[in-house]
Design a protein around this ligand. Sequence first.
Ligand SMILES: C[S@@+](CC[C@H](N)C(=O)[O-])C[C@H]1O[C@@H](n2cnc3c(N)ncnc32)[C@H](O)[C@@H]1O
Length: 560
Amino acid sequence: MSLYYEASDILANVEAKGGSLKNRIFGKKDLKSSPGAIFALVAETTKWSSVLKEVVEKSDILKLEKKLTPTLALLLAHDLILAKKGVAAPKSHPLNLAISRHKARLNAEFTKCRIKGRFATLDAFRTHINAAAADESAEAAADGTKAFHPRWVRVNAVRTSIEKAQSTFFADFTKVSSLKELRTTPRGLYLDEHIPGLVAIHPGIDLSKHAAYHAGEIIFQDKASCFPAYLLDPQPKDGQVIDACAAPGNKTTHLAAILSSQKSYGLKASVTACERNPIRAQTLEKMVKLAGAGKIITVKASQDFTKLDPRSQEFADVGALLLDPSCSGSGIIGRDDTAVLHLPSLPSSAPAPSSKKRKRKANAAIEVPAPIATETNDELSEETPQAAELENDEEKLKTRLNNLAGFQLKIVLHAFAFPAATKVTYSTCSIHAEENENVVVRALSSKIARERGWKIMRREDQVDGMKRWSRRGDPEASKEALQGKESLVDAKILADACIRCERGTDEGTMGFFVAGFVRDPDADPEEVITDAETIEAADGEENNEDEDDDDEEEWGGFDD
Ligand SMILES: C[S@@+](CC[C@H](N)C(=O)[O-])C[C@H]1O[C@@H](n2cnc3c(N)ncnc32)[C@H](O)[C@@H]1O
């Protein structure tokens, strides 16, 4: 039934081209169903989604009906319970059958929600939901955005300083002391408390035409995306720093800025930026030039990081590496996200993506802003969604996550091989543990990590701002990833060492993950524990990459 599949695609943001929900649906030329019907279904389901999420989860239908994805279940449950004409598919259609079989249970769970909310009738419940949606819109209209996401601006220390910026191009801004205050201060300026040189301004202000932007004095970069370079904390004594997956260059230029703002900056410090994709490498080169960092950064265009020879003399002094490989991009948010769709979680018994033990967290709420619009006015911005997470096709998503994780692990293991390296950061703009805590554990348990003594960078050893950042790794995912490998590190320590950011919070960031690895070059590596489960052979892991080396095929995701 095309209506439900097409509505599900819209919600998963597949083929999103920006603009409002209405424009996106009505502007789509190849829809089989009526755009009006799709719009009504998507808008109404989104409105009711916090209730329907609970109904779907409690009724266990995702466990019982393999045909149903969380999004499809939500859309069908909406029509079954709330639409006057019921499910808009023939009675014998598999989708209709999959939902109708559970009619009694779904209705019962829905009634429980209504009673829990103290609504005597369905009409009263409906009035409340409509009023809540209207309130939300009114609030959004008042402050210009729904989930408040400020515009983060990094003052480029290669070209200027935060002090100079405040007395020149931010001179007519009013300093505010919190993001909450910024929300109601259109010309407010918030100095970030974690990342030096980072400020937030109201999203309604567009600095993309500002001279400071064109002079490379400011760079638009989400707060979360500033974490990796800051966590890596490159020092001139680290010698050469490699940014393995560099374009468009936000983190590369941040590395250069950190190095250049250090008193002892000088002779040895340099950044080598690899970018495999030749087109993206051109953007990287432009950004390096714009940021005035040409003397610090050497771009290796069309260079696959995994093809660098760590034993080459050229890399003998590489002390630190920043790894920000392609990922699913599930943490990225668009600037004009509309209503939030509350998606039911997958049941814990959902099939695992492969022989690996990962599965999605059973009880975690997955909230997907629906739908996401692209921000197109900034060529160098890292928040430029080009594809979408296939949230509505769980099987494809799992396969893709599995492939991405194999590729990401390969990048980490390659970094571990640089002889003088003592620090590595690994980051993704993904919310999935498969690409995050799991990759970290697989890397720690690899042969090369154990032979060379790579450990997780513990919270207490992190730079000040990262130590103070309170949103840490997922404890459940860490525990699960460490199953059978407990001797590597305590699960709580691991979770605390990992850093996460969540979109849609008061912190105003996108969804993000970063972890650091460290190695003491003078210490003898720990004796390798020979429990078969514990040791994942590095060679085997490396072979986990997508077979196809084609760029698009391999990463098929967002570039942060
Ligand atoms: C997530 S983006 C990096 C964003 C960048 N760190 C920033 O902050 O602006 C990942 C980049 O890695 C590149 N890439 C993927 N695999 C690579 C590899 N094996 N070697 C070098 N670059 C690679 C992709 O083409 C993409 O441009």
